[in-house]
Design a protein around this ligand. Sequence first.
Ligand SMILES: NC(=O)c1ccc[n+]([C@@H]2O[C@H](COP(=O)([O-])OP(=O)(O)OC[C@H]3O[C@@H](n4cnc5c(N)ncnc54)[C@H](O)[C@@H]3O)[C@@H](O)[C@H]2O)c1
Length: 334
Amino acid sequence: MRVLVTGGAGYIGSHTLRALRAAGHTAAVFDDLSSGHLRAIGDVPLHRGSITDAAALASAFAAFRPEAVIHFAGLTSVAESVEDPNRYFDVNIGGADRLLEAMERAGTARIVFSSSAAVYGAPAVVPIPEDAPLVPINPYGVTKKSVELRLALRARDRGLAAISLRYFNAAGADPDGTLGEDHTPERHLIPNVLAVALDRAPAVEVFGDDYPTPDGSCLRDFVHVGDLAQAHVLALERLRPGEATAYNLGSATGTSVLEVIAAGRRITGHPIPIAAKPRRPGDPPSLVASRARAEAELGWIPKFDSIERIIETAWNWHRGTRGGIPEAGAGFSR
Ligand SMILES: NC(=O)c1ccc[n+]([C@@H]2O[C@H](COP(=O)([O-])OP(=O)(O)OC[C@H]3O[C@@H](n4cnc5c(N)ncnc54)[C@H](O)[C@@H]3O)[C@@H](O)[C@H]2O)c1
C-alpha cells in the first residue's frame, strides 16, 4: 500500500517507517519537523507542513495519492496540555479534522490513528480492557478521545476504515543503534534516567512517592517502539470499511518508576540519584494494558518482553554507539 505517515519524522513514526518498508509498503511522510528529525526518515519523501494547514495537506495528497494514512502528528505532553489546553485542542483535534477532510476529498478511506492510554484517565480496573470507560483526566487525553469519536462517526456514516492504537509508554530504540528517542525537552522517563547515567543531568526527577502503588511511585506499562511499529503494519491489514476499532498496545506488565530507575542502575552501572518532586497534575497512579484484543485480532505479540531488554536498546542508542553515526548529527548533541 501507499501509506502517508503524518508525524513520520518523530520517535514512533520513524520506527514505523522502517517496519512499513520491511513489509513491502511504500511510504511518504507529512511532518512540520517541530519535534521530529529529517535524518530519522532516511530516503523516505517528506511533505513538509502543519497538520492544521488544509492547503499543505491537499498538495501532499495530490502528489502522493495515498491508499492509507497513519496519523502520528501532534502534540504529546500531558503536562504541557494542562498548561495550554487550547493549543492541544487546535493541533490534535483541529489537525485531525483537517486530515480527515483531506482524506475524504482525495478518496483515501483507511486510517490508523495514534491514540493513547490517556483516554482511560485513572481507570478503576487494571489491567485495562478496551471497553473500560473513556474518562480522560487531562486535555491531552481529551484530544485523543475526541479523535477516536470522530473516527467512529465517519466509519458509521461514511464507510471509513479506522483503527485507533492506544499506546501505553513507548520506550527503547532500534536494536541496531541507528534510530532512537530524541526529544527536546525530553519528558519521558527512560531517556531521562539514561541522561543521568551519562552525567548529562545530576538526578532523575520522581513525581510523587505516595501513590496507592506497591512502592508509592506511578505504575506504568512500557512497550518497545519496534513492537509498536510492527502493530501498525498488522493494523493496516486489519482495516475494514465502516468499522472503527481500538486496540491497546502495551506489554500488560506494570513497572513502577522506581523499578525503571533500579533497572537503569543495573544496566549502566551508574548510581542514578533521585530528586523527589511533588505529584504532577494529570498523572494517574496506574496504567497497565490488557493486550488480549490486540493479540486475538491483530496477532500482535510484543517481542521485547522485559524492561531490561527495552532499556538495553535505549542505552545502546543514548550512549552514542548509533551504528557508527557521528555524535555531531544526532541525539543529545544538538
Ligand atoms: N511516546 C509515547 O509514549 C506515546 C504514548 C501514547 C501516544 N503517543 C502518540 O503517538 C504519536 C507519536 O508520538 P511520538 O512519541 O513519536 O512523538 P514525537 O514528538 O517524536 O513525534 C511527533 C511528530 O509529529 C510532528 N508534528 C508535531 N506537530 C505537528 C504539526 N502541527 N504538523 C505536522 N507535524 C507535526 C513532529 O515534528 C514529530 O515528527 C503522538 O500522536 C502521540 O500523542 C505517544
